[in-house]
Design a protein around this ligand. Structure first.
Ligand SMILES: *[C@@H]1O[C@H](CO)[C@@H](O)[C@H](O)[C@H]1NC(C)=O
Ligand SMILES: *[C@@H]1O[C@H](CO)[C@@H](O)[C@H](O)[C@H]1NC(C)=O
Ligand SMILES: *[C@@H]1O[C@H](CO)[C@@H](O)[C@H](O)[C@H]1NC(C)=O
Ligand SMILES: *[C@@H]1O[C@H](CO)[C@@H](O)[C@H](O)[C@H]1NC(C)=O
Ligand SMILES: *[C@@H]1O[C@H](CO)[C@@H](O)[C@H](O)[C@H]1NC(C)=O
Length: 610
């Protein structure tokens, strides 16, 4: 469709003297390309605040912020690097976001690195516990940032070191008798008789001095007519907020994203607070992916939840469970059973320890089908240990000598039966082998030593090019891992088209269990040939076709022609019978008089006169 338009444009260029004249317009209605364009100074251009998208065929509003509506990746370029227009399949519109494996923070997309992973800058460190400040890049790896403690493998939480510091759980208050006050979410001294009352900051309604009274966001602007503070004029000629900020719904002012310098009035996201002049989330409250709101944290594992991040108070291996049918379909937090177990003493989903890691009780050790136990080492410390008769390979306790059908973890354990692999937790025949009598025997194409091994019906062990493999025997054809009999007559029933093409040629297939010539082919001399009519080029008589009179045509001088005994009848464009009649076999009248008697008479006269 649009290639046609390009062609049209090229044609216009060839026919016009000035390229500019293609776009000349006098009013908006004349501008159909790019779609949505307007007429400005005689040219069809995108309106202010819009940009060209979809290969220059349409105009769309520029999408300067994370979560802005977009149609084309290009629109999201304000996120600087690794951005995309994230769409559901089949949707034309999506939202600006970072590409998978990247996350947004203060105006751009960063490559995401989890705890212990390689990093170059602290901005890259972000784990399942979404807090851009809880990890820092230290000596090229993401580790817990200063002021954060590692509660368990890879989980960094903000530590409260004094009365009044923010907290969610008692464990966050890292001083003697420290506890978390559940109504103020601040650390208190549980032994102190005088309870600490924090000064609760009242959120006053935004009566901002920076910000216009009427909508300015999106208004057209230029170098000569700039935007009112704090808006900036974008490259597409519209007023936008600076990177790290987004407009309020009224479009009158710019609000701070989480992580951007901010006043109280600009930091308006759900639960967002200003700390050290930056808009952020309270201690151990996680950041929403939109980087505007904070995620409400749960305090008890039984608390109701809506999303997984709400449960991350209990660690990365916690999720918001399925709706509880017996309790008004309310969802509550739970541990991921494959990764962790609920530890009520420490109030968290305790990750299983791997083989060789320290433990206190058997249940600390990695879950799985095998009984992994916590054994004391020489120093009296508990270590997760593989059961006897198994060896620790890459953190798995592996055995050996398993035969076909036995439960396994890795292929190297399946040693008892030849040609087996560990698949879906069982020793099974590897590709190219089929199970038969507790053995794995070669299928078509797999190596063999003798015919008896070849498990597929009608296969034999054939030596070709130095190696012996199972192949269909001579009277059979291979198709779909099966050997099918070669046909000896075209009326024999078939199962696959290969049987027909071997016998009748490529113009045939197996339809309704019988070999059929294709519509544009005909059956002659035991094969299907392309239908070749009178006076059409041919290479052999079998190709020549004349419906029910096909036996009257032959290939002469590379053209299909009537054979000697059946003269050509021009009037009927067919080959006449030897009696000069065009007989239609099976026809009711059986014969029709030929008007070309005249032709014969003329021929006779010709002979007589010369
Ligand atoms: C703040 O604004 C909300 C809604 O705009 C209003 O209901 C509320 O009364 C306001 N509060 C103050 C203290 O002005
Ligand atoms: C193989 O041949 C045997 C005996 O002719 C028959 O019973 C069996 O069903 C065949 N197997 C397959 C897969 O066709
Ligand atoms: C092959 O076709 C015949 C005749 O239609 C049928 O009886 C037979 O079951 C088919 N064989 C296979 C393996 O499908
Ligand atoms: C195949 O068989 C079906 C049902 O018997 C019939 O409707 C169909 O026309 C047949 N197709 C051909 C190509 O003969
Ligand atoms: C055989 O060929 C015809 C067309 O030539 C096609 O319509 C039909 O689906 C084919 N049948 C099979 C079984 O491939």
């Amino acid at each position: 469709m649009w290639s046609a338009k390009v062609f049209l444009i090229l044609a216009c260029i060839l026919h016009s003297h000035s390229v500019l004249s293609i776009w000349t317009c006098t009013e908006d209605t004349e501008c159909s390309l790019p779609q949505g364009s307007v007429c400005e100074a005689g040219m069809c251009v995108c309106p202010a605040g819009n940009q060209l998208v979809l290969g220059g065929t349409a105009c769309a509003a520029a999408a300067p912020y994370l979560t802005s509506t977009c149609r084309d990746d290009l629109q999201c370029s304000n996120l600087l690097t690794s951005f995309q227009c994230r769409r559901e399949e089949d949707e034309t519109e999506g939202q600006c976001d970072c590409q998978p494996g990247f996350h947004y923070f203060v105006g751009r997309c960063w490559k995401s690195a989890d705890y212990g992973e390689v990093c170059e800058r602290s901005e890259e460190c972000l784990g399942a516990l979404r807090d851009p400040y809880n990890m820092a890049c230290d000596e090229g790896r993401c580790t817990c940032a200063e002021g954060y403690y590692e509660r368990q493998r890879g989980e960094c939480r903000k530590a409260g070191y004094a009365v009044g510091d923010g907290c969610i759980l008692d464990e966050d208050c890292k001083f003697t008798n420290g506890a978390c006050n559940p109504s103020t979410f601040t650390c208190v001294n549980s032994a102190s008789p005088t309870t600490f009352t924090p000064t609760i900051k009242m959120k006053t309604n935004a009566t901002s001095s920076s910000g216009s009274l009427s909508r300015s966001h999106g208004n057209a602007c230029s170098a000569s007519s700039p935007c009112p503070e704090p808006f900036l004029c974008s490259a597409f000629g519209a007023c936008v907020c600076a990177r790290g900020y987004y407009p309020n719904t009224a479009g009158t002012q710019c609000l701070a994203e989480l992580g951007s310098p901010s006043t109280e009035a600009q930091c308006t996201g759900f639960m967002a607070v200003v700390q050290d002049g930056v808009c952020g989330c309270p201690a151990n409250v996680y950041f929403d992916e939109n980087m505007r709101d904070c995620v409400k944290a749960t305090r008890r594992i039984t608390d109701s939840c809506v999303t997984d991040p709400m449960c991350h108070t209990f660690g990365a291996a916690s999720i918001c469970g399925p709706p509880d049918e017996d309790n008004w379909y309310i969802r509550s937090c739970e541990c991921v059973p494959e990764q962790a177990v609920w530890d009520s003493e420490r109030n968290m989903c305790r990750l299983f320890a791997g083989i060789g890691e320290s433990c206190q009780v058997n249940s600390d050790c990695l879950a799985g089908t095998q009984e992994i136990t916590c054994e004391l080492n020489e120093l009296g410390q508990g270590v997760c240990t593989c059961p006897v008769d198994t060896v620790n390979i890459d953190g798995l306790c592996l055995t050996s000598g398993l035969s076909l059908g036995e439960a396994c973890q890795m292929t190297q354990e399946c040693t008892e039966t030849e040609h087996t692999v560990c698949e879906e937790g069982r020793c099974s025949c590897s590709a190219g082998y089929e199970e038969r009598d507790d053995m794995c025997l070669p299928t078509i194409g797999s190596p063999c030593l003798e015919d008896a091994e070849c498990v597929v019906n009608n296969t034999v062990c054939l030596n070709a090019g130095g190696t012996s493999t199972c192949q269909c025997s001579a009277a059979f054809l291979e198709y779909g891992e099966t050997c099918w009999p070669r046909l000896s007559h075209h009326t024999q029933s078939c199962n696959v088209s290969l049987q027909c093409t071997e016998y009748l040629g490529s113009g045939s297939n197996c339809t309704n269990a019988t070999c059929q010539c294709f519509e544009d082919h005909h059956f002659r001399d035991d094969r299907c040939w392309p239908k070749t009519g009178l006076f059409e080029p041919c290479s052999r008589s079998s190709e020549c076709y004349l419906g029910e009179l096909t036996d009257r045509v032959q290939c002469r001088n590379s053209l299909c022609q009537c054979s000697f005994y059946f003269p050509y009848s021009e009037a009927h464009h067919t080959c006449a019978g030897p009696d000069g009649m065009v007989s239609i076999p099976g026809g009711s009248g059986s014969s029709v008089a030929v008007s070309s008697i005249f032709t014969i008479v003329a021929a006779l006269l010709y002979v007589l006169l010369h």
